[in-house]
Each structure stands twice: as C-alpha cells, then as structure tokens.
Ligand binder design. Structure first.
Ligand SMILES: NC(=O)C1=CN([C@@H]2O[C@H](COP(=O)(O)OP(=O)(O)OC[C@H]3O[C@@H](n4cnc5c(N)ncnc54)[C@H](OP(=O)(O)O)[C@@H]3O)[C@@H](O)[C@H]2O)[C@@H](O)CC1
Ligand SMILES: Nc1ncnc2c1ncn2[C@@H]1O[C@H](COP(=O)(O)OP(=O)(O)O)[C@@H](O)[C@H]1O
Ligand SMILES: [K+]
Length: 517
C-alpha cells in the first residue's frame, strides 16, 4: 500500500474532481459520510454523547458533514467550531450551512479555555480540528483543548490524522497534540503512524476509501510504501516438481567467535529454512563440534584459529554470503574482513560486527558490492550514518547513505524500514516478542537464503523482512511476548510461507457500504 505525501493527496483531490466532474465539496461529503458509516456500524444508534470538534479548514468541514449525518440519524451530538483563525475554507462554509439546516442548535464557537465543554470519560470525542493542512505551531489555548481531551480519557476518534501532527516533520511540543484511540485516514495511511517517535499519535488506524481517481493512485510513485502479504505474494517463486537442491543455491554464513557460536547456528538454520539448497557456516574451530552436532543439515568450514576468525578462506562457490554475526572486532578479524571484501564477488548480507567494523573503517565501504544488503539495528545504523535529530532526519540520512554507496539498508525495529536509495518500504509484520537475543541473526539468514534462490536483492530484502516478521507473529500465538525466542522464529518460517496462500490479508481498508443519509 502506498503512503502518499500531503502534496500528492492534494493533487489527487484535484485530479479526481476533474476526472469525475465532481460538484464542489463532493469529496468532503464522501469523507464525512464514510466516517459516519464507520461510527453508525459500530454504535447502532447508541445515545453516548458525541462531541465533534471542528477546525475551520477542510478537516473541520469533514467533521461538520459527519455531525450532520449523526444529527439526522438521531445521535446525541454536540458540535464545536474551534476558532483558530480567520480563513474558513469554502467547503467548510458550505458544510457549516448544511449543519444549520438540520439542527436547531448552532455549533458552539470555542475561542478560549473558558469555552471548553465538560467531557465525561464515557463520551466520544471526534477530532476534526487540523488535518494535513497544519502549517504552523499551535496556539496555547488549542494545546490546552488537546490536554482537556486527554484529561477526560474519553475515546478519541481522529479524522484523517490526529490534530497537531505534521505529516512530514516532527512536532515541537509533545504535549500540544491529540493522541487518538483510532484514526480514520483518507485513501492512504500517514507516515507518522509508523515511526518510533510519532507512532503514538494513534493506537489504531484504518484507511477509508473516498474514491480518489484509481489511475492517479496506481500510477503515482510514492517515496514510502507499506509491505504486507499483498506486496510480497507476487514475488514468491514456486518450486518445480523436478527441482534439485542445486537449483536453490548455496548459502554461506561467516561469523562466530568463542561464546557466540549460537548466533551462527540461528543464521545458518534460517538460510536452510528459508529454502537454500545447500548451506555452509564458516566459523572458528571452537564452534565445529557444537554446530555439526546441533545442525546436521549444515556443512562447516573452520578458520585456522580456535576462538575467532582470522582469515576467511574457503573453496566453495557460495551464491550468497551473510557475514558479521557474532564475529567480534578482533584486529585479526578486521584484517580478515578487509581481505575478504577485496576478493569477494558474491552478493552480501552484512550484519552486526561486520557493520561495526565497516563503521570504524570507512574505506571498506567502497569494497562493498553494489546492492549489498546491510541490516543494522538502530545503534549500528548510528555508527554507520552518524547521529540524527529525529526520525525524518534518520530516514533522509539513511536514504542518502543508500544512494551514495548503492546498498540497501534495512533499519530494524518495530516497523522495519527497507531503504533502497530514495525509496523506503515499511514492514507491517513483526512484534515486540521479537525484541530478543538472536532475532536479527535469523533475519540475516533468511535474506541470505532468499538471495541464494535468485530473488533479487530488493525482493530478498522485502520478502525476507516480511517472512521474518510473519514467522515472529505466528510464533507469538504459541509462545507469547515474553517467551518467544529467536529459534522459535526459525521454527515458524515454514508456517510463514504456508500462510502466504492460506488466508487473504486482513483489509486495512474498511469496505463500508455507502448508506443513504
Ligand atoms: N483526499 C483527501 O484526503 C481529502 C481530504 N479532505 C480533508 O481535508 C483536510 C485538509 O484540509 P485543509 O487543506 O483545508 O487543511 P486543514 O487540515 O483542515 O487545516 C487548515 C486550516 O487550519 C488552519 N491552520 C493550520 N495550521 C494552524 C495552526 N497551527 N493554528 C491555527 N490554525 C491553523 C489553516 O489556517 P490558515 O493557515 O489558512 O490561516 C486552515 O484554516 C484533510 O486532512 C482531510 O481531512 C477532504 O475534505 C477531501 C478529500
Ligand atoms: N518491537 C519490535 N517489533 C517488531 N520487530 C522487532 C521489535 N524489536 C525487535 N524486532 C526485530 O527483531 C530483530 C532484532 O535484531 P537485532 O537487534 O539485530 O538482534 P540480535 O542482534 O540479537 O540478533 C530485528 O529484525 C527487529 O526488526
Ligand atoms: K484531525
């Protein structure tokens, strides 16, 4: 699913109005009606007090259309206009007149704190104050209104985007924003729903279809895209009946040091479980017996050293190599990595200590093959690209790094983001149970396994992150957040593949029948 920027959303409105020859404020009518349908489906006429707070732009206009439908359907509604300026939009004014036609009561005008209504915790707040048109910091009395919402503990439903948040930059005042229980977002989710610093703007979100021109939506390239089952399913490569293990490549995991052989076990098992035909681990001697014993399907090549990697020499021809896991940064290992990068021709997944070594030896960056996949967690990313001032800055820096060195960067975490030059893909699979030792090693193994099977680097990164998160989600059902281990994620890679064809993806877009008001 694409994430459109606010400029693209405004353009989509214009294109739609032209293509569909829409009368003025028709899109606002659709938006307000869809929100009403959503509420009506759930409330079925319940007389819970609903406080609809409207700004004076088009977000406020949506709120007024909603309020009109709620009033005509007999709901217990109070409508407020938050008087935040002088420039009432044309469509807002049209909607304002229409509300007056159906109600004996005028919307209440709020100008300062003494105007605030009492809100009970069992009431419902509809936040239609600011949408994507927020263009400056908010006055203190409106921030106080947002705090009044919070203090009430009432369920807060935001229209399009919780008020006070920008779509494309951080907020200055953490207190001066609405934090919604639910946000109904038009046509596209907003980027801020997925970034660590802003995702608490709403607990849940859903996309509402207001009939924006299909061609425009299909053909417009976006900087951000969500990756879920629908996006990865077309990448899946089915197996031929007469397939041979040689068809699925030979994966190599290079890593490990004394006390960190388990990491290599996890990654190597993940290469196999994601479908590589053959898998070899290159490790220091101390890992030979444990790895051969615990993972009979894998082959093992050992370094001359017992405890660490000192020279990465092997006589196999791997189709992909995952490197860095549990490897340490011993001086001999640093030299071994340098020598390896100078000679290597195979596609690479670079993780953990290999990333840390590269961060400390920037000259190694030019030795990394084009389209290599780097899988840093946030600390490793900071070592690579430097500090960032906020999440938007982080994404820009990661994009610039990816463009400059022609590599893919996978920013791991909740909503892992795959950075491919200026394009960013956001994963929706995964859960906090995966915040456990070794789960990153599993990801490296899965992506290495996909590269072996001739998925191209972008597909390997996207499909790999999807499968990893999905396996974690399926494992969660059995183990729960606390007991989920990285090896359980490996156990569920197979289920994650099977699930691709098992259940249709849950819609992120509510298909609500348009109801005549
Ligand atoms: N396809 C779609 O998605 C559709 C989207 N639609 C809806 O349109 C919404 C966007 O509407 P919008 O452009 O009118 O902007 P909106 O968010 O209402 O805010 C602008 C108002 O706020 C004001 N203002 C701004 N900052 C302020 C501040 N800090 N403090 C005080 N005031 C401030 C600003 O004032 P001004 O800067 O002009 O003085 C102006 O009055 C979108 O989110 C969605 O809900 C549908 O209706 C149709 C299809
Ligand atoms: N809260 C979370 N939600 C979803 N995925 C998570 C969460 N925390 C961690 N993960 C995933 O778990 C993995 C952790 O990787 P990493 O920190 O490198 O672990 P390790 O070094 O122990 O292997 C990443 O793929 C990350 O996306
Ligand atoms: K809003």
């Amino acid at each position: 699913m694409k994430i459109f920027s606010k400029e693209q959303i405004y353009k989509g409105d214009k294109v739609t109005e032209e293509q569909q020859s829409l009368p003025p404020s028709e899109l606002m009518e659709r938006a307000g009606l869809q929100i009403f349908n959503w509420m009506h489906l759930r409330m079925q006429g319940a007389q819970v007090p609903i406080h609809v707070f409207c700004g004076i732009g088009n977000n406020g206009g949506d709120g007024l259309v909603l309020a009109r439908h709620l009033i005509t359907h007999g709901y217990n509604v109070e409508v407020y206009v938050v008087n935040c300026g002088n420039s009432r939009s044309k469509d807002f004014l049209t909607s304002y007149d229409k509300v007056k036609d159906v109600s004996k009561k005028w919307p209440q005008l709020l100008k300062c704190e003494t105007d605030f209504p009492d809100i009970h915790r069992d009431d419902i707040i509809v936040d239609a104050i600011f949408g994507i048109g927020l263009n400056r910091e908010i006055e203190s009395w409106i921030k106080a209104l947002f705090n009044h919402f919070k203090a009430s503990s009432a369920f807060t439903l935001s229209v399009d985007i919780p008020s006070g948040w920008f779509t494309d930059k951080p907020i200055e005042d953490n207190e001066g924003v609405v934090r919604a229980n639910y946000t109904l977002s038009f046509q596209s989710p907003k980027l801020i729903f997925f970034l660590p610093e802003t995702a608490d703007c709403t607990i849940q979100w859903e996309v509402i279809d207001i009939g924006i021109d299909r061609d425009y939506l299909m053909t417009t390239e976006t900087e951000y895209e969500l990756i879920s089952k629908n996006e990865v399913l077309p990448m899946y490569k089915p197996r031929d009946k007469y397939a041979h293990k040689g068809d699925f490549g030979h994966g190599l995991i290079v890593g490990g040091s004394y006390g960190k052989i388990g990491a290599v076990h996890l990654a190597t098992r993940s290469v196999l479980s994601s479908g590589a035909g053959l898998t070899t681990a290159f490790i220091p001697k101390c890992g030979y017996v444990p790895l051969q014993t615990s993972l009979p399907e894998a082959m093992v090549i050992t370094d001359a050293d017992t405890n660490k990697i000192t020279a990465i020499d092997f006589d196999i021809k791997p189709d992909a190599i995952g490197i860095g896991i549990g490897m340490g940064k011993f001086p001999d290992t640093v030299s071994a990595l340098k020598a390896f990068l100078k000679n290597n021709k195979a596609p690479l997944v670079i993780d953990a200590d290999a990333l840390n070594i590269i961060s400390e030896n920037n000259d190694l960056l030019k030795l990394i093959p084009e389209n290599s996949i780097l899988t840093p967690h946030p600390k490793e990313l900071e070592r690579l690209i430097g500090e960032w001032s906020n999440d938007f800055d982080k994404l820009k820096k990661a994009s610039d790094f990816s463009t400059k060195y022609k590599v893919l960067v996978i920013i791991k975490g909740a909503n892992t983001i795959i950075v491919y030059g200026q394009k960013k893909f956001i994963s929706v699979t995964g859960n906090p149970g995966m915040a456990t030792a070794g789960s990153g090693d599993v990801l490296t193994g899965i992506i290495t396994g996909l590269l072996c099977q001739k998925y191209n680097p972008l597909e390997s990164a996207l499909f790999g992150v999807y499968l990893h998160g999905k396996a974690g989600d399926l494992a969660l059902e059995e183990y729960g957040y606390q007991s989920l281990l990285a090896s359980h994620i490996v156990d569920y890679i197979g289920e994650a593949y099977i699930d691709l064809f098992k259940q249709p993806e849950q819609p992120q877009q509510e298909e609500v029948e348009a109801e005549n008001s």
